[in-house]
Design a protein around this ligand. Structure first.
Ligand code: AMP
Ligand code: MG
Length: 340
């Protein structure tokens, strides 16, 4: 057979190959970056251009939401406390959700902690902790219920400031996933420093297997694995980031009731939910609340489809009943409590 004559056959084979290529057989592309103060990973069965667009979206969110930068939208709003400012519709909606979670968690989640997080985390993670007087003074300017938000118009009292760090990664993960879905992606994993959202099933089929960090072990050592499809998995804990001073660890999650890093009897909180924004706010709040008050809140939320893995300092893990069979404990020192 000559080349000329075999060309139509080759073309037919190619067309057939394209027609029979199942979505599961498309290669996964990956992007990594350091954004929102954390390691970002996007892995998706998508074109390079779609991944680039997703990373651009996350970079844009980082630029507008960072409380540390004076030039971000949040930084500028904080700089103008005492006068009314106009927020972008996106940031206004995010702040509205943040205030809603502040209310639902009795203020354990508070998006107005900037005066305190500035003192505790400042520009670095190794400095002298603030004095109790400085903490008390900063605490006077914290309080989610004093934020005036009317549509896009925001009014903060003088010296007040927003810190959306407890919710921004979850929001970013949701936005990234919504872009990927919009582009027709049916299998992906978006990880913003422990705020993970998955689309569909993992490469090769079956649920995605998400490793849960053992709060007491070096990064990467697992407590167990949870299996998920189309869901967000968010983990919070003071093992993530802390200020180290003279051997003492001061965690990055602040208790709005005291102004000091939360002294929780929980070491790690994982929330499974549809929306990563909601999971993010909740994970931070439940950590602050501690086991007893957290459990009082989770029962209601479980009825709405949320699920929880609460890791106690006493090595007891409270697991939502719906996770039985989906969560596999690997670390032997812990014991599971599911009898609720
Ligand atoms: P996450 O990693 O989601 O638990 O959020 C922790 C980050 O949120 C901190 O680095 C602060 O920027 C901010 N934050 C700390 N404590 C709280 C709190 N109680 N409520 C809301 N945001 C907080
Ligand atoms: Mg959070």
């Amino acid at each position: 057979m000559t080349w000329k004559r075999s060309l139509p056959i080759l073309a037919l084979i190619l067309i057939a190959a394209v027609l029979f290529l199942r979505p599961g057989e498309r290669p996964f592309e990956e992007r990594r970056a350091f954004l929102m103060g954390t390691a970002v990973l996007v892995r998706a069965q998508a074109d390079e251009a779609v991944l680039d667009e997703t990373m651009a979206l996350l970079r844009d969110l980082d630029r507008s939401l960072s409380a540390h930068s004076e030039s971000s939208e949040i930084g500028r709003a904080n700089g103008k406390s005492g006068t009314e400012v106009s927020l972008s519709p996106r940031t206004a909606r995010l702040l509205e959700r943040a205030l809603l979670w502040a209310e639902r968690t009795g203020g354990a989640f508070d998006p107005t902690l900037r005066p305190l997080t500035r003192l505790w985390l400042g520009d670095g993670l190794e400095h002298e902790p603030p004095s109790p007087e400085a903490v008390a003074e900063a605490l006077r300017h914290v309080g989610w219920s004093r934020v005036r938000l009317d549509g896009k118009k925001l009014l903060l009292e003088p010296a007040m400031g927003l810190d959306l760090g407890g919710i921004a990664k979850g929001y970013g993960a949701d936005e990234a996933v919504s872009l990927l879905r919009h582009k027709g992606v049916s299998s992906a994993l978006v990880d913003l420093g422990g705020n993970i959202v998955v689309i569909g099933e993992r490469p090769g089929g079956g649920p995605w297997r998400i490793g849960i960090q053992d709060p007491r072990k070096p990064r990467g050592e697992r407590l167990g694995i949870v299996e998920v499809r189309d869901r967000s998995v968010v983990s919070s804990g003071n093992y993530e980031r802390f200020l180290l001073w003279q051997g003492e660890r001061y965690g990055h999650i602040v208790d709005p009731a005291t102004g000091f890093p939360a002294r929780s009897d929980l070491e790690g909180v994982t929330v499974l939910s549809e929306s990563s924004l909601d999971g993010d706010a909740l994970a931070t709040a439940l950590f602050v609340l501690g086991r007893e008050r957290a459990l009082a809140l989770t029962e209601d939320l479980e009825r709405d489809g949320y699920a929880f893995i609460l890791v106690g300092a006493d090595r007891r893990i409270d697991l939502s009943p719906s996770l039985t069979g989906l969560f596999r404990l690997e670390a032997e020192e812990y014991r599971l409590e599911t009898g609720r």
